[in-house]
Design a protein around this ligand. Structure first.
Ligand code: MN
Length: 373
């Protein structure tokens, strides 16, 4: 086997333009900033990982700029000279120097797995224990326009067999206006497609308990994170009150969070994100807590480019409990693929590529074209 020792760690900051603006409750973005982390071995193998957050530091406090600084100044010096398969010890040593910063740690951890898998000539999912499936369904995030335009967008995607379920962001408007808009969309799509909503922690307990039942009546099939992440009791109360699943996202970053959510009965579905949890291994640990608690999982996104998306896909395909599909649509939202061979979206699903490591190759010209100057 080639020399596994880490020779160099490099970071590159990109701004990848989007096909259309993507809106969250208070933040909108026309381009997604992406940090690529390259880990090169003495044997000449390069692994890549992606640091990315949904549109800025509002979600979890980190941004691509904080990640670049943390990795270059504090993490990279700990990596040089270590072996790419020494991941458990590297993670312990990094945690001794850098608390939190799970998005930054995920970028490094994925790059280590990609480099190690490439050295072995195996796909990353082999390092995660093998495959439970080869593709996952992909839910599409609909826009924030008025109901008729949104319904038309959804029907177009259904006709083209691109997606079978849809997610709508809520929390930006007055709750009653928001509910009226979502109900108009859900009633039009009832019976032809699944409709899910994500509050991104914008409502409080009382608003949730009084408004969410109307969404249930309109046919919404799942409600994601209505209340702030730390409010486990409120989440549990809302979950008990609704006949449809409540999915935890902001409340779930670590395996300990997963255990606490399970104990409270606070969520019927877990949203897994390799990014928010510090990488593939911690996310798999969360999936295993979920499996022990009988809670199904969903493959969430931080609007990753194809690199972060395919890393999450390896995890989603290797974790048997990911039975609630995914929202791994990041590359479909971007105007540039960044890869020599694009990821394959077909029949409403994202398909795992073949090949060693993550199974994809970056196009150096595209990376150069979008590198932040
Ligand atoms: Mn979410």
């Amino acid at each position: 086997m080639s020399d596994l020792r880490i020779d160099r760690v490099e970071t590159v900051l990109l701004d990848v333009p989007l096909r259309r603006a993507h809106r969250f409750a208070r933040v909108s973005m026309d381009a997604q900033p992406v940090l690529l982390v390259f880990i090169r071995t003495g044997g000449g193998v390069t692994g890549v990982g992606e640091g990315v957050v949904p549109g800025g530091p509002w979600w979890g406090g980190e941004s691509v700029e904080t990640m670049q600084l943390i990795i270059e100044r504090y993490v990279a010096p700990l990596l040089t000279g270590r072996s790419v398969d020494d991941i458990a010890a590297i993670q312990r040593d990094v945690t001794d120097v850098v608390a939190a910063n799970l998005f930054a740690k995920a970028a490094v951890e994925v790059a280590l797995h990609d480099a190690w898998a490439r050295c072995l000539g195996v796909p990353v999912h082999s390092l995660l224990g093998g495959l439970a499936r080869r593709s996952v369904p992909v839910t599409w995030a609909l826009g924030t326009e008025a109901a008729p335009a949104v319904v038309e967008e959804a029907l177009g995607k259904l006709d083209a067999r691109l997606h079978r379920s849809f997610k709508l962001k809520m929390g930006a408007q007055d709750p009653d206006d928001d509910v009226a808009r979502i109900c108009a969309v859900a009633e039009k799509l009832a019976g032809v497609a699944g409709v899910r909503v994500d509050l991104n922690a914008r409502w409080d307990r009382l608003t949730s308990l009084t408004r969410l039942p109307r969404l249930v009546d309109a046919g919404v099939e799942l409600v994601e994170q209505p209340v702030p992440g730390a409010e486990y009791e409120a989440l549990a109360e809302i979950n008990r009150a609704l006949p449809i699943p409540v999915m935890a996202d902001e409340s779930l970053r670590t395996p300990a969070d997963a255990l606490r959510l399970a104990r409270h009965g606070a969520a019927d579905v877990f949203s897994l994100k390799t990014t928010k949890s510090g990488g593939l291994r911690a996310t798999r640990a969360i999936a295993e807590v979920a499996a022990a608690a009988g809670i199904p999982c969903h493959g969430g996104t931080a609007i990753e480019s194809p690199i972060g998306t395919v890393a999450s896909l390896h995890l989603a395909c290797a974790a048997p409990t990911v039975t609630w599909g995914s929202e791994l649509f990041g590359p479909l939202l971007m105007r540039e693929e960044l890869l020599t061979t694009p990821l394959r979206y077909a029949d409403g699903e994202l398909h795992l590529p073949d090949g060693p490591g993550l199974g994809v190759e970056l196009d150096p010209d595209a990376v150069r074209a979008f590198t932040r100057s």
